[in-house]
Design a protein around this ligand. Structure first.
Ligand code: ARG
Length: 469
C-alpha cells in the first residue's frame, strides 16, 4: 500500500494522494461534525445488527461499542481531533475507532456513507423538529400573554396600510398564533417524513449480505405508533432523496416569513408615526450619530434573516433539480443550508419571544388612533342593510356621507342630520349610535371575529392547549 494508507476507506485503488485543493473542496467535517452523535448512534445499531446476523462475533461487537463510547466521550469533552484530510464526520469517526479497536475494520460491512449520511440526517431532522416546535410553543405562549395583558387595547386594523376597521390588539397577535400553529404542524409533518430508516440501502443497491434492516430501524427509533419499524422501500431513492431537506428548509422559510411580518408590524407600531408600542431597550440599539434614536434592530434582523431562509430553500431546489440518480457529491452541500436554517429560525423564534415580553403598549396613542369615526364607515353600511337597503346602494350612500364629511371638514359622526337625511331618507337620527367602538366589536361575535368575548374564549382554548409547554 502507498502513502494512501491514511485514506483507509477508499485509498486502495489510488496511487497519488488527493491534492490539497481537492481536500479543501472535498472536506465536509467542518460542518457535518455536528452529526457526530447521530453517526455514533447509527454505528452502534449497525454493529449490533451485524452481530445478530453473525457477521461480527460478540467480542468484536463489544470492542466496537466500547471504542464508540470512548469516541463519544472525547467528542463531548472536545478532546476529539477532527481531521479535514479524512473528509467527513463518518470517516473521522471510523478512523478513530479503527485506531482504538482494529475490529472496526468490519464495521462498514454492508454499509455505505450514502445510506449512513441519509440515516444520520433523518435522526438529526427528528431532533431538529422537536427543538423548533418547542421554541414556537414558547413564542405562542408569549403572544397569548401579550394578548391577555393588553386585552382592552383597540387599534386600527389595516389593509393596504390604510386604516380599515378597529380590532383589539390581541386579535392582531392571535392572527400570528394561527400562523405559528400551522408552522408547528409543518414541522410535525417533517418529523413524520424523517421517521423512515434508509440504512441498508448501501451505496445504491443494498447488499448481498444477510442484514436485518428492521432490527436497525427499530434500534434507531424509526418506528410507528405501534412500535413497528419503518424502512425505506427503494434503495436508489433512499440514498438520493433530498425532499426532506427541502421540506424542512421550506418549513423554516415559511415560519421565517411569519416572524418577518410580525417584526414589520412591531417596527411600524414603534415608529413615532404610529406610536402604539415601545420596544424593550434590550432588543433595540442606538445610533452612533443621532442621540435620540432607538432602532428596532432585533426585529429588522429577523426580517432580514427571513430572506436567508428563503434563499436556503432555493439552494436546495437548485442543487437537486438536475442531478441524475442516485448519489452525487453535490449533495454534500445539502447540509449547510439546512443547518443554517435551523440555527437561524431558532434564534429568530427566541428573539421574537423575548422581545415581545418587554414590549410596552402606549394605550393613549392607541385610543387616539381608533377615535376616527371613519373606521366605522362599514358599520354604517351594515346599519343601512339592516334597514333593508341593498348592500351596493348602502355602500354608495355611505361613500356620499364620507365625501360630505371631507367637504364640510367635519368628522363623520358630527354631520348635520338634515344634510345626512338629504343624502338618503332611510337614515334615521339613531344612525350616530353606530359610532361606538364597544358596539362595533360586540356585534362581531361569531367564531373568528374580534369581539372581546370571542377573543377571550380563543385565549382560553389556546391556554389549555399550550399550558404544558
Ligand atoms: N460526506 C458525504 C456527504 O455528506 C458523505 C457521502 C459520501 N459518499 C460518497 N459516495 N462519496 O454527502
Amino acid at each position: 500500500m502507498s502513502e494512501n494508507k491514511q485514506q483507509a476507506t477508499w485509498g486502495g485503488r489510488f496511487e497519488d494522494k488527493p491534492s490539497d485543493l481537492m481536500l479543501q473542496i472535498g472536506e465536509s467535517v467542518s460542518f457535518d461534525c455536528r452529526l457526530a452523535m447521530y453517526d455514533i448512534e447509527c454505528s452502534r445499531a449497525h454493529a449490533s445488527m451485524l452481530e445478530k446476523v453473525g457477521i461480527l462475533n460478540n467480542l468484536e461487537l463489544k470492542s466496537i461499542l466500547s471504542g464508540l463510547e470512548k469516541i463519544e466521550e472525547a467528542i463531548e469533552s472536545q478532546d476529539f481531533k477532527w481531521r479535514s484530510d479524512l473528509e467527513d464526520v463518518h470517516m473521522n469517526i471510523e478512523q478513530a475507532l479503527t485506531d482504538i479497536s482494529p475490529e472496526a475494520l468490519k464495521l462498514h460491512t454492508a454499509r455505505s456513507r450514502n445510506d449512513q449520511v441519509a440515516t444520520d440526517m433523518r435522526l438529526w431532522f427528528k431532533d431538529a423538529c422537536v427543538t423548533i416546535i418547542g421554541n414556537i410553543e414558547l413564542l405562542v405562549q408569549n403572544c397569548i400573554e401579550f394578548s391577555e395583558a393588553n386585552a382592552q387595547v383597540i387599534i386600527p386594523g389595516y389593509t393596504h396600510l390604510q386604516r380599515a376597521q378597529p380590532v383589539p390588539i390581541s386579535h392582531h397577535l392571535l392572527a400570528y398564533v394561527e400562523m405559528l400553529v400551522r408552522d408547528m404542524n409543518r414541522f410535525s409533518n417533517v418529523w413524520d417524513s424523517a421517521n423512515v430508516c434508509p440504512l441498508g440501502s448501501g451505496a445504491i443497491a443494498g447488499t448481498t449480505l444477510p442484514i436485518d434492516r428492521l432490527f436497525v430501524a427499530e434500534k434507531l427509533g424509526f418506528v410507528d405508533d405501534e412500535g413497528e419499524p419503518i424502512i425505506t422501500q427503494n434503495s436508489m431513492d433512499a440514498v438520493s432523496d433530498r425532499d426532506l431537506f427541502i421540506d424542512f428548509a421550506n418549513a423554516c422559510a415559511t415560519a421565517g416569513v411569519h416572524l418577518s411580518r410580525l417584526s414589520e408590524d412591531f417596527i411600524l407600531w414603534s415608529s413615532s408615526e404610529f406610536g402604539f408600542v415601545r420596544l424593550p431597550d434590550a432588543f433595540t440599539t442606538g445610533s452612533s450619530l443621532m442621540p435620540q434614536k432607538k432602532n428596532p434592530d432585533g426585529f429588522e434582523l429577523i426580517r432580514g434573516k427571513s430572506a436567508r431562509l428563503i434563499g436556503n430553500t432555493q439552494i436546495l431546489f437548485t442543487m437537486m433539480k438536475g442531478l441524475p440518480l442516485t448519489y452525487n457529491r453535490d449533495m454534500q452541500e445539502d447540509k449547510l443550508p439546512v443547518f443554517d436554517s435551523y440555527d437561524q429560525i431558532n434564534l429568530m423564534l427566541k428573539v421574537t419571544a423575548a422581545t415581545l415580553k418587554g414590549v410596552k403598549v402606549n394605550e393613549s396613542r392607541c385610543v387616539d388612533s381608533v377615535s376616527d369615526p371613519l373606521l366605522l364607515a362599514t358599520d354604517v353600511v351594515d346599519y343601512l342593510v339592516l334597514k333593508g337597503v341593498a348592500f351596493r346602494d348602502a355602500h354608495h350612500i355611505v361613500g356620499a356621507l364620507v365625501k360630505l364629511s371631507e367637504t364640510l371638514e367635519l368628522p363623520l359622526d358630527a354631520l348635520p342630520f338634515d344634510q345626512v337625511k338629504a343624502i338618503d331618507e332611510r337614515i334615521d337620527e339613531d344612525w350616530v349610535s353606530v359610532f361606538s367602538l364597544e358596539r362595533a366589536l360586540k356585534s362581531r361575535k361569531q367564531i373568528g371575529m374580534p369581539s372581546f368575548e370571542q377573543i377571550a374564549s380563543q385565549i382560553s382554548v389556546l391556554k389549555e392547549r399550550f399550558k404544558e409547554c
